[in-house]
Write a protein that binds this ligand. Structure first.
Ligand code: SF4
Length: 244
C-alpha cells in the first residue's frame, strides 16, 4: 500500500469527498480534510450569557455525531465534522447566523473582557467591541479585514498585528492600523492615541470608507497603507474623522 492509499484508508468512507467539493460560502460551511464540514455560529467576542446557547451547540454536535467543538482564533465555537447533508438542518436547529469566517469581508471583531471582567482592564473593550461588531461584522471589503479591541496595554487581542487594532490605556484608546499575521506578518502603525470610544468609531468609519473606495481586490490594509503612504493615509482618515 503506498502512502496515498494508506492516508485514504484512514478516512471514514462515509465522509470521503471528491475534488469538486469546496467550502459552501452561502451556508458558512468550511470543508475539512476528511470531507466533512465545520460551521461556526456568530458569537460576538465569544461572550455567552445565555447558557442555552452552549447547550444548543452541544446538542447539535451530539445529534449529528460531530467530531469536536473547537474554540477558534476568532473567538467562535466551531462545530466540526458535519456531513454535507446535515449542514442545513444543523443551522436551522441552532437558529444563529454564521460567523464571517471566509471571504473578502470584515471577518472577525475580537475583544477581551476589558473593564467588564478583567482586573487589569483600563477601558470598556466589551462595549466598544460589541458596537463595532454590530456595525461591521461581515461587511464586504476589498480583502479580509480583522478588528480587535484590548482593554489595556497587555494587548491580549493582538492590537498591533491585526488590520485595525484598538488598545485601552488609562487615558483612552490607542489605534493601530495595517497589522496582520499570516505568511508575511506586519506590525500595525500607531494612528492615534487617547481617543474616546466615539472617536474610535469615527476613525474606523473613515478608515473603512477610504479603504473600500481606494484599495485593490485582495489588497490587505497594510499593503494599501504601504502603497498610499502612511502619512497620506493618516491625514485622510484623521481629517475626515475630525480627530487630531
Ligand atoms: S488586554 Fe488587558 S484588559 Fe484585556 S484581557 Fe488582557 S490584561 Fe485583561
Amino acid at each position: 500500500m503506498d502512502r496515498a492509499q494508506e492516508m485514504t484508508s484512514q478516512t471514514d468512507s462515509r465522509y470521503r469527498h471528491n475534488s469538486t467539493d469546496r467550502d459552501m460560502l452561502d451556508k458558512g460551511a468550511i470543508l475539512q480534510r476528511d470531507g466533512t464540514y465545520a460551521i461556526a455560529p456568530h458569537i460576538p467576542g465569544g461572550v455567552i450569557m445565555d447558557f442555552n446557547l452552549l447547550r444548543k451547540i452541544a446538542d447539535v454536535a451530539e445529534k449529528y455525531k460531530c467530531a469536536a467543538v473547537k474554540a477558534t482564533s476568532s473567538q467562535r465555537l466551531a462545530i466540526v465534522g458535519l456531513k454535507k447533508e446535515d449542514v442545513d438542518s444543523a443551522w436551522r436547529e441552532l437558529g444563529i447566523a454564521p460567523g464571517a469566517a471566509i471571504g473578502l469581508c470584515v471577518r472577525s471583531v475580537k475583544f477581551c473582557p476589558g473593564t467588564t471582567f478583567c482586573k487589569r482592564g483600563q477601558q470598556d473593550a466589551v462595549g466598544l467591541g460589541m458596537s463595532i461588531d454590530k456595525k461591521y461584522h461581515g461587511m464586504t471589503l476589498p480583502s479580509k479585514f480583522k478588528i480587535s479591541v484590548s482593554g489595556c496595554p497587555n494587548k491580549c487581542m493582538d492590537a498591533a498585528v491585526i488590520d485595525f487594532g484598538v488598545m485601552g490605556t488609562s487615558k483612552g484608546f490607542t489605534v493601530y492600523v495595517g497589522g496582520n499575521g499570516g505568511v508575511t506578518p506586519r506590525f500595525g502603525q500607531k494612528l492615534v492615541e487617547e481617543a474616546t470610544s466615539d472617536q474610535v468609531m469615527g476613525i474606523l468609519d473613515r478608515c473603512i470608507d477610504y479603504y473600500k473606495s481606494q484599495a485593490r481586490t485582495n489588497e490587505r490594509l497594510g499593503k494599501f497603507i504601504d502603497r498610499v503612504g502612511f502619512d497620506a493615509f493618516r491625514e485622510n482618515v484623521l481629517q475626515q474623522a475630525a480627530v487630531h
